[in-house]
Design a protein. Structure first.
Length: 286
């Protein structure tokens, strides 16, 4: 990195209230910086405003106060450079898996314009992505012919088909069994290593956060704000065996304590941003 590089995502003193002045205050004075290519996980008590934060960053909702800047531009509407995946894969049941994966290309420019003339190139790309997550051979199936885990893999491909610079994942593995979930962590890590998007992952699973992220941001109970962050020092690629090691479990435990305190409405002593767990070396984070 040369000199100062502007963060890719800049969330500045953002507040968000649903339903007018008497409505629910979901976020209060939340700030966050995310570097290009960085993988950030956001954890916090249930209902603290994590999904709200995702909606503000992707421009699906406007903030009530503060600003969100992505790639140097203030977000003032839905972001075409973002790909999204949620807990429910939400595949269109009448379309094949390949057609579902290609859906964003029918909406997002410049792909929309190019799709008619370059359909076979785009189809090839969708097939390659599906192969990358172990779904080669399932392109022509419909969603109901696939398991939940397979549908979630396909929804990851759909989030990535238009080469998003920003990948926003809101509990994407929350509905899956633990084995499928862990397989998908490894696959997501592999895909990110190749495509290198900037990623924001909202999750309740602290192991998932530590396994996947360069940095974990911890939110307070509602109204949410960032109360602490941890840099994850483990080198990549990470293997699942890492989750059984003591440093990994200590970091998960540390996060759990922060969230328990946040649920009780207490703030733990806040570590400086980017604090590193004692005895561990600095990460490669972007
Ligand atoms: N569309 C909406 N209208 C009114 N209130 C909302 C709306 N969406 C969310 N809220 C409220 O805002 C607060 C934050 O919700 P949000 O979904 O962002 O939290 P979360 O941290 O993602 O929750 P969870 O961990 O349970 O998924 C909650 O109190 C919720 O009830």
């Amino acid at each position: 990195m040369t000199g100062f590089e502007r963060p890719f995502v800049e969330i500045d003193d953002v507040s968000m209230r649903y339903g007018g002045t008497e409505g629910t205050l979901a976020l209060r004075h939340t700030s966050m910086r995310i570097a290009k290519g960085e993988f950030v996980a956001v954890v916090g008590p249930s209902g603290c405003g994590k999904s709200t934060l995702m909606r503000l960053v992707t421009g699906l909702w406007p903030c009530s106060a503060g600003s969100v800047i992505v790639a140097g531009k203030e977000v003032d509407g839905p972001l075409s450079i973002a790909g999204m995946a949620f807990q429910a894969p939400t595949m269109l049941p009448w379309r094949t898996i390949l057609q579902n994966v290609m859906l964003p290309l029918e909406v997002v420019e410049p792909h929309r314009r190019r799709l008619r003339g370059e359909r076979s190139m785009y189809e090839e790309k969708a097939r390659k992505l599906l192969a990358l997550v172990g779904l080669a051979g399932f392109e022509d199936k419909t969603p109901h012919q696939l398991s939940g885990g397979m549908q979630q893999r396909a929804s990851l491909c759909r989030a990535l088909i238009h080469d998003p610079q920003l990948l926003m994942l809101d509990e994407p593995f929350g509905a899956l069994d633990v084995f499928t979930r862990e397989d998908l962590w490894v696959e997501l890590q592999g895909v990110c290593n190749i495509l290198k998007p900037t990623v924001v992952l909202v999750t309740h699973d602290l192991k998932e956060a530590v396994f996947l992220a360069d940095r974990v941001m911890i939110m307070s109970a509602r109204p949410g704000r960032i109360i602490a962050e941890r840099t994850v020092p483990f080198p990549r690629p990470r293997a699942l065996d890492l989750t059984y090691t003591q440093p990994f479990q200590e970091l998960v435990h540390d996060l759990r304590e922060h969230i328990s305190a946040a649920r009780r409405g207490e703030d733990m002593p806040v570590s400086p941003p980017g604090a590193i767990t004692p005895g561990q070396e600095a990460p490669h984070a972007a």
